[in-house]
Every structure is written in structure tokens, then in C-alpha cells.
Design a binder for this molecule. Sequence first.
Ligand code: SF4
Ligand code: SF4
Length: 294
Amino acid sequence: MEIVVASGKGGTGKTFVSSNLTYFLRSLGAKVVAVDADAEAPDLLLALGGASENVYSREVYRSRKAVIDHGRCVSCMKCFETCRFNAIELSNGKPVVVEEYCEGCGACSIVCPSNAISFVVKRTGLISCDVSKYGIKVVTADLEVGGRNTGELVYMAKEEAHRIADSEGAKYIVVDAAAGIGCPVISSLAGADILIVVVEPSPQSLKGARRLLEVAESFRTRNLLILNKYDLNPNFSEKVASTLGIEVLGKIPYDYTIVKAYASMTPFLAYSSGGRALKPLVESFRTLYEGVLK
Ligand code: SF4
Ligand code: SF4
């Protein structure tokens, strides 16, 4: 069963929820594999205590980049006019590919009248599997700096997690999705069973969550809501719940202990024997486990 934790906006506490949910399931004795699908800024492994063992790391070379042969180029500028990603600039009257922006779509090579554009394959990023300090396998998608193919990298990381889950008999895969609603989030949602939307009581977070749920409509996930830091604005929290109209799994109050746990690379559930957020968090996960996952 694949559970995706996403938010539609950064900074709402989705890694906090996904790392602690993974830890919670593990503490029940369930086998679980975690996936860090936030390929531009992966930190789930750190939130789960860091690596005690690197099982493997594999470089991924899948990114196609256009290359212009200026010996053949007749400076017609058709490639410049065609590129929708602004990946071709002009320099001294000649087209130049800005590699960081190139999506490898091939449109420029189709319109080029002198067959001057070819492609090279570049590094997309790294897929690694580590065992965390708490004995949990974490698959991480780590995008190359300036890289573009996040969706594909996330897809590959999830495939890897399913392979590990199948071979080890793990029932649960917890995916920490990227912020926003772009390609990596769509790849995270594809094939998932449950979507946990983490929202804080702010208009920006609500807007992000609404957009995320619109995207999720195509994937038929069961959608659940966790209101994080709900007590910072209780009235707005009520508005979030009624506006989104999905089942509320729990309301977690702001708790500075969470910040301290995060800074010490320890899941909150492993760090705190008290704290105001502890009971509501455990109750949320218990509701999820008893009512949905079991
Ligand atoms: S391959 Fe696509 S993105 Fe890259 S330069 Fe050509 S048109 Fe632009
Ligand atoms: S389309 Fe081809 S010939 Fe025209 S400017 Fe681009 S590379 Fe040069």
C-alpha cells in the first residue's frame, strides 16, 4: 500500500508527517519502505536519523540535451523561435543552447533545416537506498544541480521502493512528495493508494492544498487531511477543513519540541516523551492505521 504525503506548498510539515508516520508504522512491527520524492531538496533520510548503511547508490543518465553544430547552422533562428522552454539564446547572431533549461523535447531539431542539432545524454541525478538509524530503508531521489527530469527520477525511486517492498514483504511504502503540483508530485501520486494532505492554517497553504487535490482527482487516491499547527489560527483551520471537504485525520498543535527533534535528526515520536503535539500525532496515525491501513 502506497501512502503519499504532500502539501501543495512547502514548509507545511510534510516531511515531519512522513518521517513520523514511517517511524510509527515501524514501531508497530510493520515492514515499511520510505521514499524521498522531493528530488530537489531531499531530507527524509536526515529526518529519520541519517544513514547507518548505504545499500547502493546509482547514477541516472536520462537527460537529453540539445547540441548545435555551428559548422552546419545557417542562422535561420527557427530553433530559437520554436523552443518553448527558452533554452536557446542568441550570442553574436548564433543560437546557443542553455543546457539547464533544455528539456530534450526535440522540437528544435525537427524545425532545423540543416540538420545541425543533435542530442547528448547527461546526468539526471542519483537514486540511493540507505538504511536509516532506525532500521528503515529509505530510497532517495536526488536531482542533479540544475537538473530537469524530476518526474522521471521520482518514478524510478518509487519503482525501486516497490521492488524492495516486494522482495522484503513490506506492506507499506511512505512517499514524501515535493512541494507544489509539478512533475515530481504527479509522479508521486501515480499509482498511490492514499494521499495525506498536510496543511497549515494560512491562505497560501489552503490554496496549495486545493490545487493539489485538483491534480489528485485523476489518480483516485483516498484523500485525508492533517491540519498542522492548527492552533496558530483555529478559525482558519476550521475554514481549511470545510473548504477542502476531505476526511480530517488529525489536528496537530504547534510544538517547539518538533523543531528541536528535527534539528537533532530524530523523528519527533522517538525524541519526545511528552510535548503537546505527541498525543494528537499518535492518535492521527492510530486512526489511519486502524481505519484505513490495517
Ligand atoms: S530540445 Fe526542446 S527544450 Fe531543448 S533546446 Fe530544443 S526545443 Fe528547446
Ligand atoms: S534551426 Fe538549425 S540552422 Fe536554424 S538557427 Fe537553429 S541550429 Fe541554426
